[in-house]
Write a protein that binds this ligand. Structure first.
Ligand SMILES: Cc1cc2nc3c(=O)[nH]c(=O)nc-3n(C[C@H](O)[C@H](O)[C@H](O)COP(=O)(O)O)c2cc1C
Length: 193
């Protein structure tokens, strides 16, 4: 089993990466593979479509998803939003019913607003949300500060353990013959008709 982790920061090895790596440690300890996919500036430099195709291929081989973003102006990064808008549009079939979570990294504030935006992609796509023992955020401007955020790091570890447990439950359910609900044709109304 594998979990794909999206690093929505401009920094390949910054705070978001550090938080994702702490989740990965717990998943790896449970025998679950992980891959951190760096979105970076390419998502806003005209390369988003190619990047999304690569991520969809990776998602086909993954049973779970974690999205990580730094907080920029009290929101997710523009890079991760550009990526997710395309990824969730084009990749809905490979995302549906795979357990998922979003995490945020900030110096100080804007984390819950950021998580609210990120969680909506998951909720729209019928992805079971994996939770932890606090809102899934870390605080720091550089990785060494994130590692001093003891509560944030514990929150990441608990998230990793819970993700591993849910993945194993789903696998056991499939083996026992529990079937996924069928996808329904979506009813789309607006406020006029
Ligand atoms: C353009 C920009 C905007 C930011 N806005 C906020 C903010 O609104 N609130 C906050 O607490 N930190 C803000 N920060 C700090 C980052 O969220 C913080 O340093 C984060 O942990 C960086 O993660 P990274 O190393 O993965 O990029 C901002 C940083 C940048 C570059």
């Amino acid at each position: 089993m594998k979990v794909l982790m999206i690093n929505g920061s401009r920094n390949a090895a910054g705070c978001t990466f550090t938080a994702l790596s702490e989740i990965a440690k717990e998943l790896n300890a449970e025998g679950i593979d992980t891959e951190i996919f760096h979105v970076g500036k390419d998502a806003v430099d005209g390369k988003v479509n190619e990047m999304v195709q690569v991520a969809i291929e990776k998602m086909k081989e993954s049973e779970g998803l974690i999205i990580g973003s730094p907080v920029y102006y009290a929101s997710p990064s523009g890079e991760v939003i550009a990526f997710l808008d395309r990824f969730f549009g084009a990749g809905s079939q490979v995302l549906r019913h795979k357990p998922a979570a979003a995490i945020a990294s900030a110096r100080r504030a804007g984390t819950t607003a950021t998580l609210d935006v990120l969680n909506k992609y998951l909720q729209y796509s019928e992805m079971p949300l994996v939770t932890t023992n606090y809102w899934p955020m870390v605080h720091g401007n550089v990785p060494s500060e994130v590692m001093q955020d003891k509560e944030g790091i514990q929150t990441m570890h608990v998230l990793g353990k819970n993700m591993a447990w849910i993945l194993k439950c789903i696998e056991a359910g499939k083996k026992a013959g529990v079937e996924e609900p069928e996808k329904v044709d979506k009813i789309k109304t607006n406020f006029i008709r």
